[in-house]
Design a protein around this ligand. Structure first.
Ligand SMILES: Cc1ncc(C[n+]2csc(CCOP(=O)(O)OP(=O)(O)O)c2C)c(N)n1
Ligand code: SF4
Ligand SMILES: [Mg+2]
Length: 302
């Protein structure tokens, strides 16, 4: 089935009535993931914008048409490890066991349980929707917030100019766990995203699969909600968010970027970057160039 067919013909398993903001990248990704996964799926969504928007439920009802549960912010992967074991034991290894977790729940609070489950090669597809901050609680900085980001805990003022550190590059850290499948994806490259969700689900029947998805947030980042896909596209094209996948055959580049746009071009219409200093911009540009080169080297692309 082509990706257009998946999007057009498969049922949307998330309620139309959830309360995510207009233009939310995370919500779009969640809906597409569920369309690919289908109804033979159990999802865990830890506290965060997607859980808070009503995906888990409200008034004793659920915002999804599949079983969904809310673990703690820091134990999603261990919670699903247990669930996966139960289903294996029952002879129901066909059931998709999926995490849909934010960057805070994955790269910070939940990293210990995530790393442990990956190292044990648990049969789970773990998706991190990365909006680069703790959005549901008022946009505090996370370890994946980019250098210079204006957040509620890294303001721009006379003494500070946004976040002072570069983001943690989670996808490569996860790839180094020797898991079944690891990939990055973006809603700007939807056919690629859907192919990777499909591969991740297949891989999760044999072991741990991890997908790191760029998930722009108009409310926290400060841009017009109709620009979410464009923001995601520019992140990919600037090489701040290169697209790649890795399995037992090695790493492959999913998008060869022959003429990258500058990081300045990516950042210029996003309010969270309004305090970027020249030094920060140069540092971000160097990071994007080095990140892409690292992935090319690992993928054997000259
Ligand atoms: C241990 C713990 N600390 C703090 C919270 C409060 N909390 C709920 S959601 C949330 C933000 C989570 O951020 P992220 O995982 O990036 O998801 P997002 O809100 O960005 O979608 C926080 C801090 C919590 N639920 N548990
Ligand atoms: S604050 Fe951002 S991540 Fe949260 S629902 Fe709104 S747009 Fe989505
Ligand atoms: Mg987040």
């Amino acid at each position: 089935m082509s990706y257009i067919d998946v999007i057009k013909e498969r049922e949307d398993l998330v309620s139309p009535g959830i309360s995510a903001c207009a233009g939310c990248g995370g919500e779009l990704v969640l809906r597409k993931v569920l369309q690919v996964a289908g109804s033979n799926t159990i999802v865990a969504v830890p506290p965060g914008c997607m859980a808070g928007a009503g995906v888990i439920g409200w008034n004793f009802d659920s915002g999804m048409k599949v079983p969904v549960c809310i673990p703690l912010l820091d134990n999603t992967a261990s919670f699903l490890s247990g669930l996966s074991h139960v289903y294996q034991r029952k002879g129901r290894g066909d059931v998709n066991i999926v995490a849909f977790a934010g960057d805070g729940a994955s790269a910070d609070c939940g990293f210990q349980s995530l790393s442990g489950a990956a190292e044990r090669n648990e049969k789970i597809l773990y998706i991190c929707y990365d909006n680069e901050g703790y959005m549901n609680t008022g946009y505090q900085r996370s370890s994946t917030s980019s250098l210079g980001s204006m957040t509620s805990t890294t303001p721009i003022g006379s003494k500070t100019a946004g976040k002072q550190q570069h983001q943690k590059y989670m996808p490569l850290i996860m790839a180094m766990h020797h898991i079944e499948y690891c990939a990055t994806a973006s809603p700007s490259n939807m056919s690629d995203l859907i192919a990777k969700v499909t591969k991740g689900l297949e891989a999760s029947k044999n072991g741990f699969a991890y997908l790191h998805v760029f998930s722009p947030c108009p409310t926290g980042w400060g841009y017009d909600p109709n620009l979410s896909i464009e923001v995601a596209r520019q992140a990919v094209r600037s090489n701040l968010f290169p697209l790649w996948e890795m399995d037992s055959a090695g790493m492959r580049l999913s998008y060869t970027n022959r003429s990258p746009v500058s990081v300045a071009q990516f950042a210029k219409n996003i309010r969270k970057f309004r305090g970027l200093t020249d030094d920060n911009l140069a540092s971000l540009q160097a990071l994007a160039d080095a990140r892409y080169q690292t992935i090319c080297n690992l993928a054997g692309v000259s």
